[in-house]
Design a binder for this molecule. Structure first.
Ligand SMILES: Cc1ncc(COP(=O)(O)O)c(C=O)c1O
Length: 408
């Protein structure tokens, strides 16, 4: 009892449903970095792929579309999103040869993040299994767990250039498996999957009646001769949800706009799509102003191309990472073919005791560089770490100098 007579309440504990949920990329290391920033240190934060923080701008026409339509953005919109945005996604699917997607099959969300949660919540019963790549994008694992399912990780190991180990994947399918998650181009590894790999994965999903959830938020963000192959045109005999959004390719993380388009066996998925519609209705609608950017983003000139070709900002930063690793006796890299990350390995023969968390902490404390330890991405090895390639090339060169202060 407090002196004023109000009884002291017991500790307020978090829901047990959170006990198995991890998101270390914004965890303790990031908190320590914030603390150091408050003390006046300048931290180079390479832990999150947030283009706006590194001077990238959203295409001007997207900003104009949003400003022009602000007066029309004050009311809730349709729970699935505004029609022109959904129709633009339909047209993108048609350009890819996917003809059975209508605006009814497209849901706009507050980023892909919200849709990952909704799509899984509408699907999963307790202990249903979902196949997720390892390394993973941790939200997929967290969202499966939060929705009562069981994340089963299929290996995409470094010795296989971070490509999925398809035999192991096939062996992980059980009669509880409901869905197969594919992240292509990949975060955190930058791997880009070939058509043959995707065809094998589609065949497995079709054979076992698994829903395919393909996270293509880095769609088209590929370098050199890597080719981005959208999965939807390959899927005929099961349901396929293709996720993408404005955050990365259109450098508009803060707009919070993503979408999922369902194709394949839509006609067999009416019940599921109704469930998703119900969940979308419960959250009323997603952020309206940002949705006005979708039509202008997807139509016409794709400014991303300038960034990923030689001389382009992303291309040159990625090259600085490749060169930085090549010049190091301690580090190794499977050259990322796409996305905005590099998953860098510490060579065990030179650094037998390397521990990703210890390295990340020391790099932060002594060199003021924040990275994401590889074991934050659900892998069973601890000699990798992820950086985003978003800073200017000369910043990346400086980062490698700082890393060597710690490594050497
Ligand atoms: C693979 C992947 N999926 C989804 C997201 C979430 O994106 P959004 O900003 O659309 O919520 C990210 C963000 O980094 C990502 O890397």
């Amino acid at each position: 009892m407090r002196p004023d007579g109000i009884s002291m309440s017991a500790q307020i504990e978090t829901s047990k449903s959170l006990h198995e949920v991890r998101y270390e990329i914004r965890g303790q290391l990031a908190q320590r970095a914030h603390e150091m920033e408050r003390q006046g240190f300048e931290i180079i934060s390479l832990n999150i792929g947030n283009p706006g923080l590194f001077g990238f701008r959203t295409p001007e026409t997207m900003r104009m579309a949003m400003i022009e339509n602000l007066p029309a953005s004050e009311a809730y919109c349709h729970e699935k999103g505004i029609f022109p945005a959904r129709e633009a996604v339909v047209m993108q699917q048609q350009e890819r040869g996917v003809m059975n997607v209508t605006a009814e099959h497209v849901f706009i969300g507050n980023g892909v993040s919200e849709l990952i949660d909704l799509a899984l919540r509408a699907l999963l019963n307790t202990d249903d299994e979902v196949l997720i790549p390892s390394p993973d994008y941790p939200l997929w694992t967290a969202a499966v767990t939060l929705n009562g399912g069981k994340a089963v990780h299929y290996p995409c190991p470094p010795e296989n250039d971070f490509q999925p180990d398809l035999d192991t994947l096939a062996g992980l399918i059980t009669d509880r498996t409901r869905a197969l998650v594919i992240v292509n181009p990949n975060n955190p590894t930058g791997a880009v999957y070939t058509r043959e790999t995707l065809e094998t994965m589609v065949a497995l999903a079709e054979q076992h009646g698994l829903v395919i959830f393909s996270d293509e938020i880095y769609d088209g963000m590929v370098y050199d001769d890597a080719e981005f192959v959208p999965i939807a045109p390959l899927v005929k005999n099961t349901l396929c949800g293709t996720f993408s959004g404005l955050s990365k390719v259109y450098r508009a993380c803060g707009f919070r706009v993503g979408w999922v388009a369902f194709s394949g066996t839509n006609e067999l998925a009416e019940d599921y799509l109704h469930g998703l519609d119900l969940l979308a209705s419960l959250r009323l609608c997603s952020n309206v102003p940002g949705q006005w950017g979708v039509q202008t983003a997807l139509g016409g000139y794709q400014s991303l191309k300038e960034l990923v070709r030689p001389g382009g900002r992303l291309y040159e930063s990625r090259k600085a990472v490749i060169d930085g690793v090549a010049a190091s006796e301690y580090l190794s890299l499977v050259t990322p073919g796409g996305s905005m990350y590099a998953f860098i390995g510490a060579n065990r023969d030179k650094l037998p005791d390397f521990d990703d968390h210890e390295f990340a902490l020391e790099l932060l404390e002594s060199q003021h560089v924040l990275i994401a330890p590889g074991s934050s991405f659900n892998v069973d090895y601890n000699n990798y770490f992820r950086i985003t390639i978003l800073p200017e090339a000369q910043v990346i060169e400086d980062v490698f100098r700082r890393m060597h202060e710690v490594l050497g």
